[in-house]
Design a protein around this ligand. Sequence first.
Ligand code: SAM
Length: 284
Amino acid sequence: MAPTTKSRSMSERPTDTHDTDAAWKAWGERDPYFGVITDERFRRDRLTPQVLETFFRSGEAHVRHVMSTLRQHVQPGFKPRRVLDFGCGVGRLLPAFSALGAEVVGVDIAEAMLDEARRNCERLRTGPVQLVLSDDELSRVEGHFDLVHTAIVLQHIEPRRGLRLIERLVGLLAPGGTAALHLTYAKTVHAANYGAPPAPAPAPPPAEPPLWQRLLVQAKAVPVPPPGPSPVPGSGDPEMQMNPYPLNDVLFVVQQRGARRLHLEFSDHGGELGATLFFAVPGP
Ligand SMILES: C[S@@+](CC[C@H](N)C(=O)[O-])C[C@H]1O[C@@H](n2cnc3c(N)ncnc32)[C@H](O)[C@@H]1O
């Protein structure tokens, strides 16, 4: 269902910080379509009208699948009036959601992604689409939604932060609203451990600067540089983290919001094991 976003610069380094935001801002400015679907066809310098059509067709197919799954397993005849697409990128899915007759809100952390999404919605003459800059409170998102959707986004966000975002997202569901939330939860490379990464080795003590530098620093001659971001291996692409989420915690959030049942669909993007959770919350 959801296409892969695997890239050479992909890393499983979990962090505690918001450095993924900087990476996504860089993707938005440097190579937004490839950042969304890491397929060489979608590199910035290769985009043609035909390539763009292929890109948006993949979005139509995705939305068709989401809607048919929701109608089949969650709410027969479901027709959303207000849709939130969290991490909308360049708007690959927005025209298809809009074609359902819904008012659509796309949220993203990268201004350049939102700018591109705006241009795409204008070019494709979608219905009403609002594009909103994200933050951890989703503070600029107004009102409630009868469909909250996210695909190939949470995997790129550090899970403790992502879990809080999931709480906010399910909190934005209107009574009786439905959700389709995609996240990754394990990696086949860690199959011996049921997908969980081995416990990290204790961090080595920080390396001492050489004696000459310590002496100069003591004499206040050389400022010690702060530790910089770790370099991306290989290409000049920004980093793209892949983070597995603890499904237990996610299920807890969903059940606490009142969902009684859940339809789950697995995904496997090059060994990154994922799940899309389809569910509804109680009606009025
Ligand atoms: C791989 S793209 C997927 C785009 C879109 N969901 C799609 O399927 O076409 C991931 C998107 O998530 C956005 N993103 C990453 N971290 C985010 C955050 N903390 N809040 C909102 N969006 C975020 C990125 O800027 C990027 O546009």
